[in-house]
Write a protein that binds this ligand. Structure first.
Ligand code: TYD
Length: 224
């Protein structure tokens, strides 16, 4: 059984991560591949319980350090209960947000020390680094407009409601990560239509999968 593939999607609010994951999963499944889609914070029963505490803002009064530890606890459970077993069984796992969101939201704009964040990350992911990270890049003004359209009358979550300047710093921080780790990260212009972005994402993901021995043979349902 070949090891599967772990692909994460990152970016600011309203960048279209969930739409892109959905389109890519459909495409890969049509080719007969085993695909698991998941998200953070959440993705396992334990982590989904923590998600509620984080996104409702209930943990905010306790400060950025405690929030970072809660994101890490949720991630650790998600990694060990869901992601690692799926990747080890040969699946392609598509995850909406992962370690880069913590680096950006808690580390950069949360102002936490980088050695603390690095130590927390090491313990949390326990060696499970994404094979590929797709960073969907969009002007935060446009992203927030899209997010508010999607939300309708529901209220913005703990992180969405922060000011534009913070969202701009997050965009820069994602781009900096991509510049520092070009072998893992690819930046995609997410201001285009969902179909155009999806074409771009699919082409990159198929190329990366194709390059990996063991997952590269054409399946019965079609070839890559
Ligand atoms: P979610 O409703 O999943 O929205 P989005 O479509 O933006 O992913 O909200 C997740 C929020 O949690 C989002 O504002 C980013 C934030 N977050 C962190 O601050 N740190 C993290 O490690 C993760 C995974 C998410």
């Amino acid at each position: 059984m070949p090891r599967g593939f772990f692909i994460t999607f990152e970016g600011g609010e309203g960048a279209g991560k969930s739409t892109q994951i959905h389109l890519l999963a459909d495409r890969l499944r049509r080719e007969g591949r085993d695909v698991l889609t998941t998200r953070e914070p959440g993705g396992s029963p334990g982590a989904e319980a923590i998600r509620h505490v984080l996104l409702s803002g209930a943990a905010e009064p306790f400060g950025a350090t405690l929030e970072a530890i809660l994101f890490a606890a949720a991630r650790s459970d998600h990694v060990e209960q869901v992601i690692r077993p799926a990747v080890e069984s040969g699946a392609i796992v598509l995850c909406d947000r992962f370690l880069d969101s913590s680096r950006v939201y808690q580390g950069v704009t949360g102002g936490l020390a980088s050695d603390f964040m690095a130590a927390l990350e090491r313990v949390t992911v326990n060696g499970l680094i994404p094979d590929l990270t797709v960073i969907l890049d969009i002007d935060p003004e446009e992203g927030l407009r899209r997010a508010s359209e999607r939300r309708g009358k529901a209220t913005a979550d703990r992180f969405e409601k922060e000011n534009l300047e913070i969202h701009r710093r997050r965009r820069e921080a994602f781009l900096n990560i991509a510049a520092r780790e070009p072998q893992r990260c690819v930046v995609i212009d997410a201001s285009r239509s969902a179909d155009a972005v999806s074409e771009n994402v699919t082409e990159i993901v198929l190329r990366v999968i194709f390059d990996r021995a063991g997952l590269s043979e054409p399946t019965e349902a079609g070839s890559v």
